[in-house]
Design a protein around this ligand. Structure first.
Ligand code: ADP
Length: 253
C-alpha cells in the first residue's frame, strides 16, 4: 500500500503527517514562519528519509490550512473545516458528532451528522481570546511555559474569577493580580474557566448530541479540558495526537 502525506499550514504551526491506510505513521510540526513551502517540504523529506521512501512510494500530497495555496508541490488542497471533519470522524471511528478546534488564532465548532458530513459550523476569529496566541501571551506575562499550564491549574486552591477575556484587558488584569500576590496557579485556573465559558457559549445548544472531541494545539492542556468538562457537565474527548487531526484529514480526503 502506498503512503499519503497531509500538510496543515496553520496560522501558528506547520504540521506534516505520513499516513498509511487510516493510520498516522509519522507526524512532526514546526512554528509557522516565512518560507512555508520550504519548511513543509523539509518535514516531508525528514519523513521520507526516516522511512526509506522515495516520491514513488507516495500516492498523494494534500495541503490544508490558511497557507495551503503556498505549497506548489502539493497536488491537492482541502479546506480546513472539511479536513478537520474527515480527520476527526475517521480517527474517532465514527463516534465524533461535535469538534471543538482551538487553533493559533481562531476557535471553531463543527457539528457532524451520523454519516460524518458537516451539519453545522461556527467560528470565532474576531478576537484572540481563547486561542493559542492568547495562551502564549499569558505564558509570557506569567513567565511560565505554556506546557506547564495544565499541571499548574490542577494544583490551584482557589477558583479565581477572571473578568477579562479580551487579550488587552486580560493582560492588565493578570499583571494587577500578580502585583496583589495572587498565585500563578490560581490565575491560570481562572483563565481556563473563562475560556471554557467562551467555548461553551460558541457551542450553543447542540452540545448533547453525541460525543464531543477537542483538537488543535491547546487541547494538549489538561487544565483547559478539565474546565471545559466542568462547564459543559459532559465528557470531552481528546485523541492522542490532537494537533494533527486536520493534517490527517487532508491526507485521507
Ligand atoms: P494553527 O493550526 O492555527 O497553527 P494549532 O492547532 O497548530 O494552530 O495550535 C497552535 C497552538 O497550540 C499554539 O498557539 C500553542 O499555543 C498551542 N500549543 C502547542 N503545544 C501545546 C501544549 N503542549 N500545551 C498547550 N498548548 C499548546
Amino acid at each position: 500500500m502506498k503512503y499519503r502525506i497531509g500538510l496543515d499550514l496553520g496560522s501558528t504551526a506547520i504540521k506534516v503527517v505520513l499516513v498509511k491506510g487510516q493510520a498516522i505513521e509519522w507526524s512532526r510540526k514546526v512554528p509557522t514562519a516565512p518560507g512555508q513551502e520550504h519548511l513543509a517540504m523539509g518535514l516531508v523529506k525528514d519523513a521520507l528519509d526516516q522511512f526509506g521512501l522515495s516520491d514513488r512510494d507516495i500516492d498523494k500530497v494534500s495541503a490544508t490550512g490558511y497557507g495551503k495555496k503556498l505549497v506548489s508541490s502539493a497536488g491537492h488542497t482541502v479546506d480546513e473545516i472539511s479536513a478537520n471533519a474527515q480527520g476527526m470522524f475517521a480517527l474517532s471511528e465514527g463516534r465524533c458528532r461535535t469538534i471543538i478546534n482551538i487553533g493559533g488564532q481562531d476557535l471553531k465548532v463543527i457539528n457532524l451528522a451520523d454519516n460524518g458530513k458537516i451539519s453545522d459550523f461556527r467560528m470565532n476569529d474576531k478576537c484572540a481570546a481563547g486561542t493559542g496566541r492568547f495562551f502564549e501571551q499569558v505564558a509570557r506575562i506569567l513567565d511560565t511555559p505554556l506546557e506547564s499550564f495544565g499541571e499548574m491549574s490542577l494544583k490551584a486552591d482557589d477558583a479565581l474569577e477572571l473578568n477579562s477575556t479580551c487579550v488587552v484587558f486580560a493582560e492588565s488584569e493578570i499583571v494587577s493580580l500578580l502585583a496583589k500576590g495572587v498565585k500563578k496557579e490560581n490565575i491560570i485556573k481562572g483563565l481556563h474557566y473563562s475560556i471554557a465559558r467562551r467555548i461553551t457559549h460558541l457551542l450553543g445548544r447542540q452540545t448533547t448530541d453525541g460525543d464531543i472531541y477537542l483538537d488543535g494545539g491547546p487541547s494538549q492542556n489538561p487544565g483547559l479540558l478539565d474546565a471545559l468538562e466542568d462547564e459543559l457537565l459532559m465528557e470531552v474527548k481528546v485523541l492522542p495526537q490532537p494537533q494533527f487531526t486536520v493534517a490527517f484529514g487532508a491526507a485521507i480526503s
